[in-house]
Design a protein around this ligand. Structure first.
Ligand SMILES: [Zn+2]
Length: 414
């Protein structure tokens, strides 16, 4: 099973928008660009709203069937490791092997030494097409990369082999992810990480590094755009080199765990992909859920009431809801509107405060981030919330499709 050049990861907390999401990639296909849909849901999300990966598989299969999608599609076990992968094995065919927590833990000395020995051929001034300067590779440089990353890559290997064993085959897409950590990996580190992945015999098709800058959930990139662009291009250059040098799968590509809505860097990504004729996997977060809230607010009546209740409750449960997402959100409490004030808003005011349109004076990224992590509240509403989604399906689906198409796919791929 191989993933195509372009793929797009989509989250759908409540599992009702699979068709509206797929419709976006159908539009892209009609416009001449084939992008594989990947439905992703993390262990964290499943835990918070008591769903299983089987429900994601069901949603994906149904969307594919109803819309008659003929190309490949995938169900991503998003951010898994040995301790939580079991519930994902049958339903998933894309596995994001998250080993960020193991970065910095040292592998045994013999393993580090044998890695250093295996890479001695690179010692010297290493020229990689696309990099401005050659890399001055020394034994110390290889060793320090091994001390920092080898243990983590070994963990990815262990998880990969565990999944293959349980599935009874290796017919799935493995991704190695190191994005959920504080320090970005440099392109030079990426080179050696790829060498380690090859040594562990993980046929990785995508790799998700931590890039420079903040990738908060549902809001724009915060950081140095030029620095990001340089790093992204260098990563592409290193991957092209590593595929040949280490014998990795020829379709190996970068995976950008964008957290959605990184408009500031979409242009850099698009330019770099063209320059290197490279593929990419862009994973978005569950912002489809925010389009559900926008649709409910705009429908007025009970929909608007639900949207307001979700905010009031999320506001009161700030610490509980934000806790699991502490490293990927930045909310200024002082910038959150008082729930009593929100209670007086009409639907369009609520919707324009939430919608990620930076040209609208109402847009409030703090309000947006809190609601992004506030899906637990809607989950607890149970049938009332799900029924509202069904009752307002048409208007919500329009927003889901429009958001992904106008703000993401068009800017990234067309
Ligand atoms: Zn991630």
């Amino acid at each position: 099973m191989t993933i195509g050049k372009y793929s797009f990861g989509m989250g759908d907390r409540f599992g009702h928008q699979g068709k509206a999401q797929l419709a976006v990639l159908q539009k892209a296909k009609e416009a001449g660009v084939t992008i594989s849909p990947v439905w992703n849901k993390s262990y964290r999300e499943h835990q918070i709203i008591y769903t299983t990966q089987d429900s994601v598989r069901q949603e994906a299969d149904e969307a594919i069937q109803v819309l008659g999608w003929k190309d490949a599609y995938f169900v991503d076990a998003d951010h898994v490791g040995l301790k939580n992968v079991d519930g994902f094995i049958q339903a998933s065919d894309f596995f994001t092997l998250d080993v960020a927590d193991f970065i910095g833990e040292k592998a045994v000395a013999a393993a580090i030494q044998s890695f250093v020995d295996s890479q001695k051929g690179l010692i010297g001034s290493l020229k990689i097409a696309g990099l401005d300067d050659p890399i001055d590779v020394t034994e110390e440089l290889i060793k320090s990369a091994a001390e920092k990353y080898l243990f983590a890559v070994q963990k990815a290997g262990e998880t990969y082999r565990y999944i293959s064993g349980k599935k009874g085959n290796s017919d799935f897409v493995p991704e190695v992810s190191m994005d959920e950590t504080d320090a970005p990996q440099t392109p030079v580190e990426m080179l050696f990480i790829l060498a380690m992945i090859a040594m562990e015999k993980i046929p990785a098709q995508t790799i998700a590094p931590k890039f420079t800058g903040r990738f908060n959930k549902g809001v724009d990139y915060v950081g140095d755009v030029d620095q990001f662009a340089k790093e992204f291009e260098e990563d592409l250059a290193v991957i092209q080199f590593a595929v040949k040098q280490f014998g990795l799968p020829s379709n190996l590509k970068l995976s950008v765990h964008s957290g959605s809505d990184k408009f500031a860097i979409y242009n850099s990504i698009q330019k770099a992909l063209k320059k290197y004729d490279a593929g990419v996997h862009v994973k978005t977060a569950g912002t489809t859920w925010l389009e559900e809230l926008i649709g409910l607010a705009e429908s007025g009546g009970d929909g608007l009431k639900i949207a307001k209740e979700v905010y009031a409750s999320a506001f009161g449960r700030f610490d509980e809801l934000c806790g699991p997402y502490a490293t990927v959100i930045d909310i200024d409490l002082a910038r959150l509107p008082d729930p009593a004030e929100v209670d007086c808003w009409d639907g369009p005011t609520y919707a324009s405060t939430l919608r990620h349109d930076q040209s609208n004076a109402n847009y409030n990224p703090h309000f947006r981030q809190l609601l992004h992590v506030g899906y637990k509240v809607a989950s607890e509403m149970g049938e009332r919330f799900l029924q509202a989604l069904k009752d307002n399906e048409a208007v919500i689906a329009k927003h889901v499709t429009e958001n992904l198409w106008e703000r993401h796919i068009k800017r990234l791929f067309l």
